[in-house]
Design a protein around this ligand. Structure first.
Ligand SMILES: *Cc1c(COP(=O)(O)O)cnc(C)c1O
Length: 392
C-alpha cells in the first residue's frame, strides 16, 4: 500500500485520538526507518523510548520467533521459564526484591498506586491513602493515572477522577515537607519528567525525598516507564541518584518493541501485593518475556556506559553549534531535551521530519530525543546534521 492509501484507511476507520505526524512507516534497520515509498528517516524517537535495541535487530527477532514456536501464551496460573528468568535478571540488576509483570506503563503505575495504598492501609488503616505527585508529571491515561498526572490539561472530560492525589512542585524540598501531612501514603515521581519536558529532578532533592519518606514511613515510588531500562545510561534512572525507591515501574523499553510493563518492589514492599490482590491476563507473556531477556542481554553494563557517553556527545555537539535557537539542553543518557528559542518545538519537529529526521517534542518548550540505545555515531551524526540545518 502507498502512504496515502494507509492514511485514507486510517482516517475512515480509526478513532482519531492521535495527532499523528504526516508519515507512514513500513520498516526499519538500526536507527533508520523507511516509508512505504522508500523515503529514509533517521530515528530519534524509538517509538517514544520503546525500540531500545533498534529496528530489525536479528537476535531480538530470533528470540521472539523461537519463543512463539514453543509457547506463545499461557495463563499466569502456570509457571514459565522466560518469566522467571526475566524476574531474576531484573531484580539482580535493579537492587529490588521482586517483580510483577504488566503490559504497559499506565497499567504498571496502577499497580504501583495499589501497592502504595495497600502498604499504608495494612499498617495504618483508613485515612492514610493520599499520594503526592509532581507538577508537570505524566503517569498514564487510565482514570487513576490521569488523576496522578500533575498537568491540568489532562483533568477534563472524564469526571469523576480517582480521589487522593495531590500535586506539588518539583525540586522544592520545603513544598514537599509541607505536603507530607498524616494522610500521605506515598510520593510518586519520575526522576526525569519525560512528557512534561525532559525535566530532571535535582540530586539533592531526590536524596531529601528518600530521607523524608524513610523518616515518615511514606513510600517513595518511582515511575521509570520512560527513564527505565537503560535510557539514562543506567538500567534505572534512580541508579544515577544513588537512591533506592521503595518500588518502581518500567515499561516502554523493556521488551524492545513488544508490549510489556511491570512493577519492581524492594525488600520493604515485596509482600504487600499478595494472592488475589493484583493480576493481569497477558502480564509476563512468554514472547514478551523472551524479547525482554534478549534486550537485557544486549544492554550490558558496557553498552549502558556507551549510552551515557553518546548522550554527552549529543549535548556537546548541540552546544558547540552556538545557535540562538538552542536554549537549555537537558536530560541524561539518550533521554534528551532541547528547549527552542524563537521557533516552536512543534514547528522545528515538523521541519526535521520534512528533512528526514524523526524527533519528538516534550512539554511546551522542548524538542525531545529518544533514539534507540544502540544508535551508532554515524546515525547520530546524520540526525544531528539535519537538526542543525533546521535550527540555524
Ligand atoms: C509513557 C508513560 C506512561 C504511560 O505508559 P503507557 O505504556 O502509554 O501506558 C506512564 N508514565 C510515564 C513516565 C511515561 O513516559
Amino acid at each position: 500500500m502507498t502512504s496515502n492509501e494507509i492514511k485514507n484507511l486510517d482516517a475512515n476507520h480509526v478513532m482519531q485520538t492521535y495527532g499523528r505526524f504526516d508519515v507512514a512507516i513500513d520498516h526499519g534497520e538500526g536507527a533508520r526507518l523507511y516509508s512505504p515509498e522508500g523515503r529514509e528517516y533517521i530515528d530519534f524517537t524509538s517509538g517514544i523510548g520503546v525500540n531500545s535495541v533498534g529496528y530489525a535487530n536479528k537476535k531480538w527477532a530470533d528470540a521472539i520467533y523461537a519463543q512463539a514456536l514453543k509457547l506463545g501464551h499461557i495463563s499466569n496460573l502456570f509457571y514459565t521459564e522466560p518469566y522467571a528468568r526475566l524476574a531474576e535478571q531484573l531484580t539482580a540488576r535493579s537492587g529490588m526484591k521482586n517483580v510483577f509483570f504488566a503490559n504497559a506503563g499506565g497499567e504498571a503505575n496502577e499497580g504501583l498506586i495499589k501497592l502504595g495504598r495497600k502498604y499504608s492501609h495494612d499498617k495504618y488503616g483508613d485515612g492514610r491513602a493520599t499520594i503526592l505527585t509532581l507538577v508537570q508529571s505524566f503517569h498514564g491515561r487510565t482514570i487513576s493515572t490521569l488523576a496522578a498526572t500533575g498537568q491540568e490539561q489532562f483533568h477534563k472530560h472524564f469526571f469523576p477522577f480517582t480521589d487522593g492525589f495531590r500535586h506539588i512542585p518539583a525540586n522544592d524540598v520545603a513544598a514537599l515537607e509541607a505536603a507530607l501531612t498524616p494522610d500521605v501514603a506515598a510520593v510518586m515521581v519520575e526522576l526525569i519528567q519525560g512528557e512534561g519536558g525532559v525535566l530532571p529532578l535535582k540530586v539533592e532533592y531526590v536524596k531529601q525525598l528518600r530521607e523524608l519518606c524513610t523518616q515518615r514511613d511514606v513510600l517513595f515510588l518511582a515511575d521509570e516507564v520512560q527513564t527505565g531500562v537503560g535510557r539514562t545510561g543506567k538500567l534505572f534512572a534512580y541508579q544515577n541518584y544513588g537512591v533506592l525507591p521503595d518500588a518502581a515501574t518500567f515499561a516502554k523499553g523493556i521488551a524492545g518493541g513488544l508490549p510489556m510493563g511491570g512493577l519492581l518492589a524492594s525488600e520493604k514492599t515485596a509482600t504487600v501485593l499478595a494472592a488475589g490482590d493484583h493480576a493481569t491476563t497477558f502480564g509476563g507473556n512468554p514472547i514478551a518475556a523472551a524479547a525482554a531477556l534478549e534486550v537485557l542481554s544486549q544492554l550490558s553494563d558496557e553498552t549502558l556506559k556507551e549510552v551515557a557517553t553518546k548522550g554527552e556527545y549529543v549535548k556537546d555537539t548541540i552546544r558547540s553549534w552556538n545557535l540562538p535557537a538552542v536554549g537549555e539542553i537537558r536530560g541524561l543518557g539518550l533521554m534528551l531535551g532541547v528547549s527552542t528559542v524563537g521557533v516552536s518545538p512543534k514547528e522545528a519537529a515538523a521541519k526535521c521530519i520534512a528533512n528526514g529526521l524523526l524527533i519528538l517534542t516534550a512539554g511546551s518548550d522542548a524538542l525531545r530525543m529518544l533514539p534507540p540505545l544502540t544508535i551508532t555515531y554515524d546515525e547520530l551524526n546524520a540526525g544531528l546534521a539535519i537538526l542543525k540545518g533546521v535550527l540555524q
